[in-house]
Design a protein around this ligand. Structure first.
Ligand code: GLU
Length: 506
């Protein structure tokens, strides 16, 4: 069997889009599952859209996500663990391969385009932009799809062409698209796709600036790089018949194609590039775990099928279970609530060390944290806070937000301390009981379990009467984790101090 080779071929136009991450992931999974090669190619031939620094960002995001490519553009230094995210390292050439950067291969594309001209499969076009613009305007007015009228193919003589070339007249090279032919291919996800060639414009292959268009560069590279499967977003589906024509013109075998479904907003509109929250970096900066993002992105248009209800997948499981045949045709809804849920599942499973490491940079950005006393900033204390918070935390940027009382003193109103209709006296008594029960627990026995057992024992069948005033005294909040958990985090002294503080209201 042929060795599978797939590529991720982003254009460096700013950042890694979440849809781009999914394309990269599906290619990666397909390669890993089939013992193939996954390579990275930077498609930077559209100089108008090029954004300085975006190659580095793209690579950083890929490496952060754990999508290591086997060939292509490499980074200096070790960024394998994603720790160097802030300082994008320089790109260097290493090994026999790469960097696969299209702007460094311009001569090659030109050579191949000229080959097509020699074979009469493509032709020089000397039309000036003004003529093309007029043509477009007229066609639009006549309600026709704007298309090149093949003027330079039909009406410019060989002698004229040679003269124009000699006098350095600016030109483009266009593909000679045959008329009235059905161009078809079998898409591995969408099945049979076909289109009449009359709807295909004579594509520009080489622009007047000498740069190839996406179509030419992509086909030449996929051929030379021996791509076996082109797995890309559905927005590229209309380009594929053009590519098929190019493969045919060159006499090359086309790779297999798989177009993965569009990403949609929850209202089913197309997820745009401009809308906020589509850059992978944004998710990194919000404190989503890479495992959760990968898990979430994998499910945007794929699931293992066969009635599986599994939603949490490790990278290894994805590699094992991923199949192109199970990728859906219908658009995939990008639902942030689902991402929060998945991330929450991963956070719940994390041990204290991992929680601390991930959360600390986010704590350090919060005023309630920076202004807290020293004893509330140490590792041990934060780990306790996180052990309690992890049950409800969706992402690390939310740390502490719901439970600021762990860092700030609580000033609660007397009314808030009241459970249902109990009297002032009963509230006061309740707090005194808690104070007494807790005073009897030694520091070394100050565990969540002990606190819970002792307080429940004292409460008997009147749990609310005892636990509500205590919880509010400790937190000052209507909602919070249980008083056992809060008291455990705060520690014996602070717990006692906060109860005394509340008792002063009586
Ligand atoms: N450079 C294209 C992009 O920006 C790649 C399309 C393809 O995979 O052929 O997505």
């Amino acid at each position: 069997m042929e060795k599978i080779r797939v590529r991720f071929a982003p254009s460096p136009t700013g950042y890694l889009h979440i849809g781009g991450l999914r394309t990269a992931l599906y290619n990666y999974l397909f390669a890993k599952k089939n013992g193939g090669t996954f390579f990275l190619r930077i498609e930077d031939t559209d100089r108008k859209r090029y954004v300085e620094g975006s190659v580095e960002k793209l690579i950083q995001s890929l490496v952060w996500a754990g999508l290591k490519y086997d060939e292509g553009v490499y980074l200096k230094g070790s960024v394998a663990d994603g720790k160097e995210l802030k300082n994008y390292p320089a790109i260097v050439e290493v090994g026999d391969h790469g960097p696969y950067v299209q702007s460094e291969r311009l001569d090659l594309y030109k050579k191949y385009a000229e080959e097509l001209v020699a074979k009469k499969m493509a032709y020089y076009c000397f039309c000036e932009p003004e003529r093309l613009e007029k043509l477009r305007e007229q066609q639009t007015k006549d309600k026709q799809a704007p298309m090149y009228d093949k003027y330079c193919l039909l009406s410019v003589s060989e002698a004229e062409i040679n003269k124009n070339l000699k006098t350095n007249c600016p030109y483009t090279i266009r593909l000679k698209v045959p008329s009235d032919e059905v161009i078809g291919f079998d898409d591995l996800i969408r099945g049979k796709v076909s289109i009449n060639s009359n709807t295909i414009d004579d594509q520009v292959l080489i622009k007047s600036d000498g740069f190839p268009t996406y179509h030419l560069a992509s086909v030449v590279d996929d051929h030379l790089m021996e791509t076996t499967h082109v797995i890309r977003g559905e927005e590229w589906l209309p380009s594929t018949p053009k590519h098929i024509l190019l493969y045919r013109a060159f006499g090359w075998q086309a790779p297999q194609f798989a177009h993965i479904p569009l990403l949609l907003n929850p209202d089913k509109s197309k997820l745009s590039k401009r809308q906020g929250d589509v850059a992978v970096e944004d998710y990194i900066n919000k404190g989503y775990l890479k495992e959760a993002i990968i898990n979430f992105v994998a499910l945007l248009g794929w699931n293992p099928g066969e009635g599986s209800t599994q939603e949490i997948f490790s990278m290894d499981e994805l590699v094992e279970k991923f199949e192109l045949a199970k990728v859906h045709k219908a658009g995939a809804v990008f639902d942030l609530k689902k991402l929060d849920w998945i991330n929450g599942q991963y956070i719940k499973k994390m041990a204290a060390d991992g929680l601390y490491e991930n959360a600390l940079p986010f704590f350090e950005k919060k005023d309630f944290f920076t202004q807290a006393s020293v004893d509330k900033k140490n590792e041990e204390y934060l780990k306790k806070v996180l052990t309690v918070e992890k049950e409800r935390l969706a992402k690390f940027s939310d740390v502490g937000e719901e439970n600021r009382f762990f860092f700030q003193n609580t000033v609660c109103e007397k009314e808030m301390l009241r459970w249902k209709k109990i009297t002032d006296e009963e509230v006061q008594k309740s707090l005194e009981t808690s104070q007494k029960v807790l005073a009897e627990i030694a520091e070394k026995d100050w565990t969540k379990e002990n606190l819970e057992a002792k307080l429940l024992e004292a409460a008997g069948d009147k749990r609310g009467d005892l636990l509500w005033p205590l919880r509010v005294a400790l937190t000052g909040a209507q909602k919070s984790p249980s008083p056992f958990e809060v008291a455990w985090v705060l520690g014996k002294n602070e717990t006692s101090r906060r109860i005394s503080q509340a008792l002063k209201l009586f």
